[in-house]
Structures are given as structure tokens and as C-alpha cells.
Design a protein. Structure first.
Length: 137
């Protein structure tokens, strides 16, 4: 089989959350400090203020967009992020130190070691890891 140079490139299928925030530059700074996120893409307005950014925590991508009217709400809005990490206690403490509010401390329950927090922009995050591997592992 020969490779066709004009064939479309295959793209890995994935889903990445897109968060609306009232202050995108502050949100980028927070996610870097709280979770060690790295910036993969940035779109700025005419004043060089970030309005859209793609961030990644390890290989987990997510996007944020500045929306001055964004109000996810104290109840967590319509999205809750689940961040799976090797050391939930450390990441949880780092997020709180960067400005998050702890909702539920890291503890064991329902097969997970997990805690819940709300970031300064109103988005709820569960930070944890499964207590056992996937079936068959």
C-alpha cells in the first residue's frame, strides 16, 4: 500500500472541556499555579490580553475563554472537572494554596481517593485517583 500525500491527516479523537471565566489572564495564572498547567495555545485581543487559551495538565487538555458575564455559580454550574493524578493530597494542597476553596477534603470513598474544591472562577474540581486499577489489570 502506498501513502497518499494528499490524504487527510488523521486526528486523535478526544474531548476537552471549555471553561468560561470572567478574567482569562488570571485564570491562566491560577491553573498554572494550582495544577502545574502548561499553555499550549493563546489567542489575544488587540491589547494583547488573552481571550482564549488551551492549557494542559500532563496530557489532559482543556480550554478557557474570557467571558465577562461568566457566572458558573456557587453550586458548581453545569460542569465539574475530575483531575486524576498520582498524588491527590499534594495537588489538592497546591490548588488551595493557589486560591481554591476546599469543599471536601481528600478521603477514600466509592473506590477513589478524592477531594473536591472550587477554583476562584467558580468551577468545581474533584482531584483524586482510583484505589484499584481498571478491571483485568
Amino acid at each position: 500500500m502506498t501513502e497518499n500525500a494528499s490524504a487527510p491527516r488523521l486526528v486523535r479523537t478526544g474531548i476537552a472541556p471549555w471553561l468560561s471565566v470572567s478574567d482569562a489572564p488570571s485564570a491562566v495564572d491560577y491553573y498554572k499555579a494550582a495544577f502545574g498547567a502548561v499553555e499550549r495555545y493563546r489567542l489575544e485581543d488587540d491589547t494583547h490580553r488573552v481571550v482564549v487559551a488551551q492549557l494542559a495538565i500532563d496530557q489532559a487538555d482543556f480550554w478557557l475563554q474570557e467571558d465577562p458575564d461568566s457566572t458558573p455559580g456557587a453550586g458548581g454550574g453545569s460542569i465539574r472537572m475530575i483531575l486524576t493524578v498520582d498524588d491527590p493530597e499534594s495537588v489538592f494542597r497546591q490548588a488551595v494554596a493557589a486560591g481554591a476553596t476546599a469543599i471536601a477534603p481528600v478521603s477514600d470513598g466509592h473506590g477513589w481517593r478524592i477531594g473536591r474544591l472550587v477554583d476562584p472562577f467558580g468551577h468545581h474540581w474533584e482531584v483524586g485517583k482510583p484505589l484499584t486499577g481498571p478491571p483485568g489489570s
